[in-house]
Design a protein around this ligand. Structure first.
Ligand SMILES: Cc1cc2nc3c(=O)[nH]c(=O)nc-3n(C[C@H](O)[C@H](O)[C@H](O)COP(=O)(O)O)c2cc1C
Length: 196
């Protein structure tokens, strides 16, 4: 099983990356092949909305999105680990998500197959505050991003009240939860949506 993890925070080695690392460790130990990309290190231009992908089947930007998106579509599992930024995802993640319009056009306009049958998506997210609706925006955005990659959003681990850069590296319970979820997903189980 091939699992690709995306670290969406521009703050490297922070909370979401700690969660992602724990998840990928659990998945690797359970036998999955894992790959990790830190979006802040990639060259990702935002979508121009030019719509060329809808009628000419290519994107005029030849940046890292064009190599990463097909890999994500081909993977068995895609994991997006992200902090809440103004109730959404950071700009780096939104740039990649919007560029998935290229895949949306492949499927819905050009009627090509995108993604692997049975592909799954996982959302790992943290936010500094504790509001009830803290993850509503992100959950919707990521569900439809995963759908565009040909994945069902199978599982989410959503943690409130996580702010300082090392808050999760010190939270062994949360990291153990992420690790167990990685092992479950690698074993073909869906895990459960978790919140606190
Ligand atoms: C630009 C920016 C916007 C943020 N917006 C929110 C927000 O809307 N709600 C919230 O609870 N936390 C917000 N936060 C706090 C982050 O979600 C929190 O610090 C998180 O732990 C960062 O994760 P990281 O260490 O992976 O970068 C924001 C932080 C930044 C830098």
């Amino acid at each position: 099983m091939k699992i690709i993890g995306l670290a969406a925070s521009p703050r490297r080695q922070g909370n979401t990356e700690a969660l992602l690392d724990a998840f990928l460790q659990g998945a690797r130990e359970a036998g999955a092949t894992v790959e990790k990309y830190a979006l802040a290190e990639l060259n990702l231009r935002p979508c121009d909305g030019c719509d060329i992908c809808s009628y000419k089947s290519y994107c005029p930007h030849s940046d890292d999105a064009m190599t990463l998106l097909p890999k994500l579509a081909a993977a068995d599992v895609v994991v997006l680990a992200t902090p809440v930024y103004f109730y959404g995802v950071p700009a780096q993640a939104k740039a990649l998500i919007d560029r998935a319009q290229y895949l949306w056009a492949q499927r819905h306009v050009l009627h090509r197959k995108v993604g692997k049958p049975g592909g799954r998506g996982v959302l790992l997210a943290v936010g500094g505050s504790r509001g009830k609706k803290l993850f509503d925006g992100i959950s919707l955005t990521v569900r439809y991003f995963m759908d565009t990659l040909g994945k069902d959003l199978a599982s989410s681990l959503l943690l409130r009240g996580v702010d300082e850069i090392d808050a999760l590296r010190q939270d062994t319970r949360a990291l153990a939860r992420a690790q167990r979820l990685g092992a479950k997903i690698a074993a073909g189980q869906s895990g459960r949506a978790k919140r606190r």
